[in-house]
Design a protein around this ligand. Sequence first.
Ligand SMILES: C[S@@+](CC[C@H](N)C(=O)[O-])C[C@H]1O[C@@H](n2cnc3c(N)ncnc32)[C@H](O)[C@@H]1O
Length: 264
Amino acid sequence: MKFDDDQGKETEWWKKYYVDSNVKKFYEQHHKWHTVEQTQSEIDFVIKTLGISPTGSILDLCCGWGRHTIELAHRGYRSVGIDVSPFLLEKARVDADYNKVEVEFVEADMREIPFQAFFDACIVMYYSFGILDDEGNLATLKAIHKALGSNGRLLLDCYNLFFHLVRGDIRQLPARGWSRDGSNFILNEGDLDAINMISTSREIHIKNNSHLDFELCHRLYTYPELKKLLLETGFKVSALYGNYTGEVFEAKSEHLIIVADKLK
Ligand SMILES: C[S@@+](CC[C@H](N)C(=O)[O-])C[C@H]1O[C@@H](n2cnc3c(N)ncnc32)[C@H](O)[C@@H]1O
């Protein structure tokens, strides 16, 4: 999950994508895709599913530009957003001010959550779990466990690897293609490292004489693997869903949403 940067130094892909050169493009694309109505219905689902008391405190881990954190605050929860990206956190703070809600945004790595026995619940939305390698993902679950109070609840939204894999013809990997967005040409490549279960997507955006490279990697987990990992870190799974309308999880589901309870 590490790449060489332009100077030949090793760097984790997510730093380049979310923290450094590419984050503005990420924000432009994703901010457009996730509408306010979508965010509101996702939070309807979160509240109904977790059943946290209206005065409860909720950690939105990997909060991005804070769309869920702010919506939770709107509904009266004490919400805290944590993310590693200063650019996205600044967008989140401006948006919270604009919406006149009180939210705390903290810059931190998901493996080092600076809270202890504090939250009633933690949500990790939109495939943010799996960004790191196995060691990092384990450290993240341990950090969440530490940050939750007793009876704390966790909602983890992961890729459903079956859905993710059948989107293309697996016999043609690496899958390559191109598309056009106005005068911008986009080259795509997707691949899967089947030994380590890491999916990679690359996009090169070419416009005039310049180009932007994006690389994303995700560790794809099966549900039994995640259940085991959660148990090892002190959580017991209490429910599974396949999307934000609450449908049951099955092979064709777009998401793998796990609700788990802190055990000790
Ligand atoms: C797919 S986005 C999801 C954003 C948000 N949860 C949402 O649904 O809009 C992944 C987020 O994880 C954050 N992230 C990536 N690596 C991280 C790390 N090591 N520690 C904390 N946040 C990280 C990124 O900055 C980005 O905001």
